[in-house]
Design a protein around this ligand. Sequence first.
Ligand SMILES: *Cc1c(COP(=O)(O)O)cnc(C)c1O
Length: 451
Amino acid sequence: MNGKTKKLVALDKRHLWHPFTQMKDWNTSTPLVIERGQGNCLIDTEGKKYLDGAASLWTNVHGHRKKEIDAAIKKQLGLIAHSTLLGLANVPSVLLADKLVEIAPKGLTKVFFSDDGSTAVEVALKMSYQYWEQTRKKNTKQRFIAFTGAYHGDTLGGMSVGEIDVFVEKYRPLLFKNLRGPYPYCYRCPVKKTYPSCSLACLDSFERIVKKHHKELAACIIEPGFEGASGMIVAPKGFLKGVREITKKYGIHLIADEVAAGFGRTGRMFACEAEGVNPNFMCLAKGLTGGYLPLAATLTTDKVYRAFLGRYDEFRAFFHGHTYTGNPLGCAAGLANLETFKKEKILENLKPKIKLLAALLEKFKSLRHLGDVRQIGLVAGVELVEDKKTKKSFPAAMRLGHRVCMEARKHGLIIRPLGDTIVIMPPLSIKETELKKMMRVVYGCIRELTE
Ligand SMILES: *Cc1c(COP(=O)(O)O)cnc(C)c1O
């Protein structure tokens, strides 16, 4: 370790509190300090290069130091870094809102900017709730329905609709109560059947709950395509469409949380597209700026928007906003991100990479401790279990997933697990040779530690 790294690591351990991290373990570890990025790689203060196999926590789209995005931010910096949307408009936020509406599912015509996935979700929940409050004489629609295994962020509203025990259980007394439908294949799905009956059984079960409670329900929130944080749980074809039909039939909003799925991850610009679903709300964040800056957006319909119009002293406005809402630098990055999608035909060029990933995952099926392997688009989860037959997990204290990822670092690959599920989530710009290398390293590290 060189002097600079040593000093930074010491200061980090003295003052920094890392997210989702047991700091006792962190403080006895040897952390990497990232200093630079180039293409699909991260470079640390020792000058060592790593493939960014987690796309910097699922955000990066076109690689690091992408010329066009760098240039767009620099150009904006030459004009202004930040100006508020409270009482003023700014150039890049107007232009980005227009572009987002152009590519969004039909009907989503209004854009509300915030900072993170969690805030995009809070905005959707509050807007849906307020919509019903302002359109009904005696409103009873004050609850939400979400799915088993869902993740919608770490703020109190996002946690309330989320359901990953280790993340939310301690906070339960602070959270509002929701109804919950089964997400097919989800690790705690009460239906426990196999495809395609699992999907149908889940939809049946979902419809029964909605039918019984729709008068109390404002909205249903779902991760379209796949549930990310619960381990890349891929929904069977038709499930999202079924959920949309049921929510429509019983008059409740559908909130599509595309924070992880949006911007090409599933092979489409948005996962909703694959099933022709037009939600009432769509939440965007992670890939919105190409993974450059914290910016989020909640899209909704004219109909929802109109319910907030009125005389000033009726107080029907949406009383919500974040200080950096519509930040010009973030919006400039977002615009360059979308231009890059178009100019470089990213979605078309993704197809062979998605096929290649599927082919490379075949080999994993022979692993002695493979529980399941799941893929949609350019994202996959490789789940490890102690017993392949009974699917019994490894003891949590073993931290197998974590150890596999630490081993991968020795081979120049940064990845992050979700429990004992190894997450494959590279930038969309990953080259085929890099993807091959990545999967070779993951396979080798799993074998090394389990066989
Ligand atoms: C990451 C994520 C969030 C939360 O986003 P933050 O930017 O971390 O607040 C919400 N929903 C989904 C589906 C996510 O993957």
